[in-house]
Write a protein that binds this ligand. Structure first.
Ligand SMILES: C=CC1=C(C)c2cc3[nH]c(cc4nc(cc5[nH]c(cc1n2)c(C)c5CCC(=O)O)C(CCC(=O)O)=C4C)c(C)c3C=C
Ligand SMILES: [Fe+2]
Ligand SMILES: [Fe+2]
Length: 343
């Protein structure tokens, strides 16, 4: 290609046009030590989509009280589950496995025209860095896929916000699409049901607790559809399993701060179940596409202990869909549908 005289020497030779599929998850600290934990939590908890108090009110409390103590307590929890071999959190390891599996599938379907990569909303690899890499590799179209089955302002919307902010920095801005929530897709529900059957060997438990990450109740009252999408996932899962209405309970975990969050709280609910004589339960966590600190430490630690302490006997944790082949099938199908007209 002949460049016009005024083109800078560094002008890129237009590389082959590609389509980027950018998988996004929440993020995770680079290490469980104090400063990486503090940096990560500060970025996360300064996000207005997560904590919506005015900065003048929230930042002094966050930067002094909360970020003095929480990096130590959260760091200790991350240490319990850390993948020491790869020196990263389980969320990072599983996200990499999901992306590796998706690359195989997309390569088989669309060859090297489609490139798959991942970014995190907080921490590394950052959304702007990966968008930049995709543009440099020749992507003139990007499909952005926040890996949350249920929409929440604090997860899907803030990931999308960050993606669009990253695009603001691009001179040659690619065309962009975002993937909608998939909480009610029959193949996602079928993959959840299969994970229940795998973990329980096909038997029906006395109670299956579907524990979703919580959020302040006020966000729901102000219009966030997360609660409704979670209850719909539970209902469809129960129907798919063919179980009676009282077998699955929907609960919410990970309460943070002093406001009322979505109820019932998982930790209280499992203790009540044990006290009512329901001493064998299974717990699934459909809002997480990958096992993370909230499932590996909170559910399998704190929540399990609350159940046993209240008289519970058998607590079965059903792992997230992670890089299971049927989960990768679902994600590939979602990608294929959302690439309509591009491939
Ligand atoms: C799956 C959906 C999620 C929603 C909804 C959500 C809302 C939300 N979260 C916080 C505060 C914290 N969340 C933390 C961890 C965390 N949260 C999600 C997902 C959702 N959050 C994931 C996948 C993770 C795990 C990340 C990992 O590295 O494994 C934490 C940090 C953990 C800790 O310090 O112990 C906090 C804090 C709020 C306030 C909120 C709703 C507005
Ligand atoms: Fe969270
Ligand atoms: Fe937690």
């Amino acid at each position: 290609m002949t460049l016009p005289e005024h083109a800078p020497a560094s002008q890129p030779q237009s590389p082959a046009r590609k389509i980027g599929v950018l998988i996004a998850n929440l993020g995770t600290p680079d290490s469980p030590d104090y400063w990486p934990m503090r940096r990560y939590l500060s970025e996360f908890l300064s996000d207005k989509r997560v904590i919506d108090y005015p900065a003048w009110k929230w930042q002094p409390l966050l930067q002094t009280v909360i970020l003095t103590k929480r990096p130590f307590t959260s760091g200790a929890n991350y240490r319990l589950i850390w993948n020491n071999e790869a020196n990263e959190s389980p969320l990072m390891t599983i996200t990499k496995q999901q992306v590796a599996a998706l690359r195989e599938r997309t390569a088989a379907l669309w060859g090297d025209r489609v490139m798959v990569d991942f970014c995190m909303r907080y921490g590394n690899p950052s959304t702007p860095d990966v968008v930049e890499r995709m543009v440099k590799a020749g992507c003139d179209r990007i499909l952005f896929f926040p890996l949350y089955p249920q929409y929440a302002g604090a997860t899907t919307a803030t990931a999308n916000d960050q993606f669009f902010r990253a695009l603001m920095g691009q001179k040659a801005q690619p065309a962009a699409r975002t993937v909608p929530p998939y909480f009610d897709r029959p193949d996602y529900i079928a993959a959840l049901a299969a994970s229940v059957e795998r973990a329980l060997g096909g038997r029906q438990p006395r109670k299956l607790v579907a524990s979703y990450h919580g959020m302040p109740r006020r966000y729901f009252e102000e219009g966030d559809p997360y609660f409704l999408q979670c209850t719909e996932t539970s209902r469809l899962l129960r129907e798919r399993l063919g179980w009676d209405e009282d077998v699955i309970d929907t609960t919410f975990q990970s309460v943070f701060g002093t406001e009322e969050w979505l109820r019932p709280y998982t930790v209280e609910h499992v203790a009540e179940l044990a006290q009512r004589g329901i001493t064998e339960i299974a717990v699934i966590s459909p809002a997480f596409s990958a096992d993370c600190i909230e499932t590996l430490e909170e559910i399998q630690g704190e929540i399990r202990e609350a159940f046993i302490h209240a008289g519970g006997k058998e607590f079965t944790y059903i792992p997230c869909l992670n890089a299971e082949p049927d989960h990768i099938d679902v994600l590939t199908a979602v990608i294929g549908e959302n690439l309509g007209g591009w491939v």
